[in-house]
Design a protein around this ligand. Sequence first.
Ligand code: GLC
Length: 611
Amino acid sequence: MSSTFQLVDVLAAPRCRHLSSRIHLPKHVVSASLRPCLRGLSSLEERTWTCKLREKALRTTKRERYTSASDGHTCIRCEQNLAEQGRLLEFINAHNVTSGLSVEALLNGIGQKGSSAPSSFNAPVENALEKEAWDLLREAVVTYCGEPVGTIAAKDPTDPNPLNYDQVFIRDFIPSAVAFLLKGETEIVRNFLLHTLQLQSWEKTVDCYSPGQGLMPASFKVRTVHIDGNEENGTEEILDPDFGEAAIGRVAPVDSGLWWIILLRAYGKCTGDKSVQERVDVQTGIKMILKVCLADGFDMFPTLLVTDGSCMIDRRMGIHGHPLEIQALFYHALRCAREILLPEEGAQDLIRQINSRLAALSFHIQEYYWLDIVKLNEIYRYKTEEYSTEAVNKFNIYPEQVSQWLLDWLPESGGYFIGNLQPAHMDFRWFTLGNMWSICGGLATPKQSENILRLVESKWQDLVATMPIKICFPALTDEEWRIITGADPKNTAWSYHNGGSWPTLLWQFTVACIKMNRADLAERAVEIAEKRLSRDRWPEYYDTKKGRFIGKQARLYQTWSIAGFLTAKLMLKNPNAASWLTCDEDETYAIFREANPQKRKFKASPKIFVV
Ligand code: GLC
């Protein structure tokens, strides 16, 4: 069979200073043969169509780096699937493109006028506060080639120095995306998924501090530049990603790719449109993310080993190693990937790897990260220096590290996953995102999930108080703060990442509560937040033990505070939508646990469970 692929220079980026740091999507991808189909449309419609078609035609399967012979710059070229372009042409001819028809609906194959809102969605009545939030969220939308592709991190008109808060952050966009999905405005989410995919790093060069293959950027910015750097050529827009090379502390965003997979599955579940997740380039993108996550290293745990600051907490906070947040997202992303990977040749091996990892990871977290009063008492009485595979205190935890705050704080009922586990080190701090996402993704057992929410309920005054919800608890103080954060003045006790209260976490709390039939808790939290958020101009975070003050250096009109609130509100009105973002307990592992209720060791059939 002859190949339908032809090498074209569509992604050539002659001004590339570092590998793949500047990729722009070309203006000339849509072949001239498609244009006549668009005759008779208004210029706006024609522009929208052209953009859509261009993106559709960009089903690249192979990207390659080369050095331009003329000027020695690093360029990128890709193979473009010409068969796809032919199919597209047929499709357009068959659908008789006329004025007033929704491009999105047509391309999704829905073939109807108007929006592609999920049919299950009942547009609820909005109050004034929700209207304000929607207006602000829409103002934060960023366009690329005339199309919405994301939302910027913060849009405070009075802020003269936005740093990188004028960029689209992958993790920050997730609540915006879910809000748009809930509103039936799915196009921005689709665009975001496909454009960020184009930014994914695909080659590693150690010498120039470039990102590893498969890494998704932390954020990107739409820039207007002169075509080929020449003023006379006019301008065009490019997407400029940041993989952490410009971020404060140069932190690689391990969570970005995981969030991307989670959102991809949510998009498919919400719209019923599986054509995005089934695209060749999307399937390749998923595999590249999995490859970097599942790669062998020196580590002997099934958890992902990462540096400090590789997730929402993107500064030094002593969470390097195996932080819960990354493990919860990793687990959920693996579950989502298993669901959406096409069962084609070569995928079976990957699915087997995913299954092994899921089983080992859930065992590890459920067994060794879980803390309740019974477990704490066990740790309190641990013997140390046990040399054998049968050791009870496997990680050689010295009971002396159990702090007084924990002995006083842990309630009689309820429990949670601790923040981190390493040899001779348990980070007993509570981290909200990791615990909530363990519930959502199904990493926690149903019983553990119930107990986590029970703990939030009984420790409400510490974790919610006057603004939901603490990023972690308790704060690092004094000498601990100095050593662990490196004396970071932004992360002083009960501020920012160090025990600050973050309104954006409301949506994750809400999804977890809905999943566990505890919507009452989420409603209580939303009620508290709505009293202040608008009045305080939608801050990024709040300070002090009870969250009474707007954060010292908090941005105002922070988009994910706005979107987090909206998503929580909309989810409570449409609780069925929580299923876009949740998974039930993995049956394979549940069966294993039921059959071995007393098993404290991970010694099941090597075929299934050994990684
Ligand atoms: C801060 C947060 C990070 C967020 C970014 C943009 O750096 O720690 O999680 O993505 O701001 O809002």
